[in-house]
Design a protein around this ligand. Sequence first.
Ligand SMILES: NC(=O)c1ccc[n+]([C@@H]2O[C@H](COP(=O)([O-])OP(=O)(O)OC[C@H]3O[C@@H](n4cnc5c(N)ncnc54)[C@H](OP(=O)(O)O)[C@@H]3O)[C@@H](O)[C@H]2O)c1
Length: 122
Amino acid sequence: MTVGGEATATGNGQTVCVTGAGGYIGSWIVKLLLEKGYAVRGTVRNPDDAKNAHLRGLAGAAERLVLCKADLLDGDALRAAIAGCHGVFHTASPITDDPGGTACGCVGSPFSDGRRLVKVVR
Ligand SMILES: NC(=O)c1ccc[n+]([C@@H]2O[C@H](COP(=O)([O-])OP(=O)(O)OC[C@H]3O[C@@H](n4cnc5c(N)ncnc54)[C@H](OP(=O)(O)O)[C@@H]3O)[C@@H](O)[C@H]2O)c1
């Protein structure tokens, strides 16, 4: 999968999952992937939340963006969102303003260690 490169590059029919699609980083990745011609499966906790509406307005979204409901703690939902994808950008993360805490550790994210991420992606 190539995300960078020329503006005319296409996704060649490939599908990429972006977790946390409605977040700051996730939204930019979704935008760039759509511009490159990829089909995108974006995970959000609530597809109907108005804060995710900007995603549907992105160029190419009507044709190639699917929003999937998935919490990081719901392995089955994540597995379903990732299944069949050619690549995954994992940007979803609980944000904490506690300087002493690690975000993933606070809520026991399935991505808090690499082995669990591999387990979900398989
Ligand atoms: N310059 C700017 O305008 C701007 C704007 C935003 C952020 N930032 C900075 O950029 C940094 C990085 O942005 P970011 O994209 O990592 O953070 P973010 O914009 O807060 O996005 C975090 C994403 O993680 C998702 N998430 C959190 N907990 C989850 C859970 N339990 N299950 C599933 N998804 C979950 C959120 O989904 P939900 O939508 O469901 O909560 C959201 O999509 C931020 O920390 C901030 O400092 C800058």
